[in-house]
Ligand binder design. Sequence first.
Ligand SMILES: Nc1ncnc2c1ncn2[C@@H]1O[C@H](COP(=O)(O)OP(=O)(O)OP(=O)(O)O)[C@@H](O)[C@H]1O
Ligand SMILES: [Mg+2]
Length: 384
Amino acid sequence: MPTSERLWRRRTGIEPARPGDPAASILKIVRATRHLPASVEECMTDVDTAPERPRLTGFARGGGCACKIPPGELDTLLATVSGRVTPVRRPAAELLVGLEGGGDDAAVVRLDAERAVVTTADFFTPVVDDPYDWGRIAAANALSDVYAMGGVPLSAVNLLGWPRELLPLDLAGEVLRGGVDTAHSAGCHVAGGHSVDDPEPRYGMSVVGVVHPDRMLRVDAAEAGLPLTLTKPLGIGVLNSRHKATGTVFPEAVATMTALNAAASAAAVEAGIRAATDVTGFGLLGHLYKLVRASGLTAVVDSAAVPYLADARPAAEAGYVSGGTRRNLDWVSPHVEFGTVGELDRLLLADAQTSGGLLLAGELPGHPVIGELVPRGEHAVVVR
Ligand SMILES: Nc1ncnc2c1ncn2[C@@H]1O[C@H](COP(=O)(O)OP(=O)(O)OP(=O)(O)O)[C@@H](O)[C@H]1O
Ligand SMILES: [Mg+2]
């Protein structure tokens, strides 16, 4: 009997499945991902009523933006290529935003005095079990980096990895359908893509957009004295971890992840805001640290003003905290003065978001101000 099946029996008390049993596909997951589910429920929402519908999150070691390479490792990796990535000198296609300063949300190349092209790519493993919702979330997240630059998306191509021997192709079709519907709701064409056989399901998009070169939202353009605004509540990471572990669907989290950052981006540009980023896998603290590091400032965060999804705190208290969130906190902690803020709040502030909101250097009516930017002090971030 293979080791995975012995472990499965010891963990669940259930005999290994014969071909055709609902549990057979769970064992395939164990073998494919080398991840041992804690229970049958972790892999199937309801084995009795939906044996043919595997839970997508059971096929992923980490889900959504929590599966990104940790920020410190990415810094080290990018140091090997920064300086080499732009040997091209093209006056007619000047690179306005590239890898300098730790990188921004997307690359920007000037076409003329009024137009610049925005390019970005994003893909990740399942963050929810419903394939259509996962597609919508992945597309909203990919489009978000264009919005985080103050741009408007024009066209996108799909990026799909699929374990074709483990999962039916019609589930992949549902994923693509969700992505296309969301891109279309953003007025963005979906005009092709690329698909590969993959041990874990992966989906996302590469998106091209357009922005006015003088009205971009850059990560390095923040100024002291400006308030900090956050346009979506935090807590997506802990709620997704709970969903992966228990199958509990939290519709508010799905609604938050599928919501486009389009309106907030357009309003920010209109209001004259010039610095922003979107809050994704590195959490609020990680992305805020990157913004103040690039802009040479300190951010003072009012932790009581930071909005959370209902259920986020109980989920964190119950221990649904991803490894990505803990790595975020480890990475950012040397640069943060936390004062009396406790461990749970620190974790929530570092919670790895998927398709999170915009963090803006400026005020946007209708969204909470969560702190302010001040001249660079001893710490890059101060939490009160
Ligand atoms: N393999 C890579 N080669 C070159 N640059 C990279 C690579 N991976 C990441 N980067 C760059 O590093 C920076 C940080 O990447 P990261 O994925 O965190 O940004 P992001 O695209 O804004 O993330 P998100 O989509 O989660 O908002 C970006 O400027 C990105 O372009
Ligand atoms: Mg981003």
